[in-house]
Design a protein around this ligand. Structure first.
Ligand code: GUN
Length: 282
């Protein structure tokens, strides 16, 4: 029987800490959120980010641009926000429409306002261990582990997935916490064998319920970054699942994150923390 890591509660604690600090120190913080096009999932994420800002006492500016917005027009908006002293953080919701180069857009954001931690400067700072913004989802995983009392130093950590948003920064953060880190991906051979060595297994592969107990050592800590919509009629009324087959893995793990209510709510809580950092650093 695993202990369930309650991401809903931990993310609420973090938002409360941000809210208290903003209130007690009279900090004024502002996040500009840009969305291009009408992807329904992105619209929900952006709405949730604005709601969290309101809760924490952070002002939020919202730019909802049409699908056919040009890269030039988007860049000009970012430059305007870069030079606006009342704006602390700028977030461009990804993915962007295909005709816009995401890399160019991320690099257009002032590194001091890059609250997503996606820019080259932020990634470089993380990689050499200097101060900077850290990508919200992996930073949230570290908070979940620490606030649940999981020791990281000296542990074997296996990360499944190598994306720029989760896998790669996750590896850097676990190294910073003195874990021994292995990253596995679609081309890795003997993947089950490697995962079974992990004291801490972090799964971000984007495949519903792929990870069964065959991948998990007895007593391992299992963190599930995946989230997928599923048909409730075929899944005992459940609408969402992760990359981990929860029912199969839970009996062998020592700690596990549920989906929903595990890693998901942490991303926005860490974004609020990054906006507060941006406001304090400026
Ligand atoms: N799309 C999916 N996750 C994210 C995120 O963390 N930040 C942004 N900007 N876009 C995303």
């Amino acid at each position: 029987m695993a202990e369930i890591i309650d991401g809903k509660k931990i993310s609420q604690d973090i938002k409360d800490e941000v809210r208290d600090e903003i209130k007690e120190q009279g900090i004024s913080a502002c996040l500009a959120v840009i969305i291009v096009g009408e992807d329904p999932a992105s619209q929900v994420y952006v709405k949730n980010k604005k709601t969290a800002c309101e809760y924490c006492g952070i002002r939020s500016l919202s730019y909802e641009l049409p699908e056919n917005t040009s890269e030039k027009d988007l860049t000009e908006l970012i430059e305007k926000l870069n030079s606006d002293d009342t704006v602390d953080g700028i977030l461009v919701q990804l993915p962007l429409p295909k005709h816009i180069n995401e890399d160019n857009i991320i690099e257009a954001i002032d590194p001091g306002k890059d609250v997503d931690g996606f820019s080259r400067r932020s990634v470089g700072a993380l990689s050499i261990g200097t101060d900077g913004f850290v990508s919200c989802t992996p930073a949230g995983v570290i908070e979940l582990l620490k606030r649940s009392g999981v020791e990281i130093a000296g542990k074997e950590c296996v990360i499944m997935g190598r994306s720029n948003i989760v896998g790669k920064p996750m590896a850097m953060l676990m190294l910073r916490e003195n874990a021994t880190v292995t990253v596995v991906h679609s081309k890795t051979r003997h993947i089950e064998e490697i995962c079974k060595r992990a004291d801490i297994l972090i799964v971000a592969i984007g495949r519903p319920r792929m990870i069964t107990e065959d991948y998990v050592k007895d007593g391992a800590v299992v963190i599930d970054v995946g989230i997928h919509r599923i048909d409730p009629e075929k899944n005992n009324g459940k609408k969402l699942c992760g990359d981990v087959d929860y029912e199969d893995v839970e009996p062998v793990a020592s700690y596990i994150t549920p989906v929903p209510g595990g890693v998901g709510p942490m991303t926005i809580a860490m974004l609020m923390k990054n906006v507060l950092k941006a406001a304090k650093d400026r």
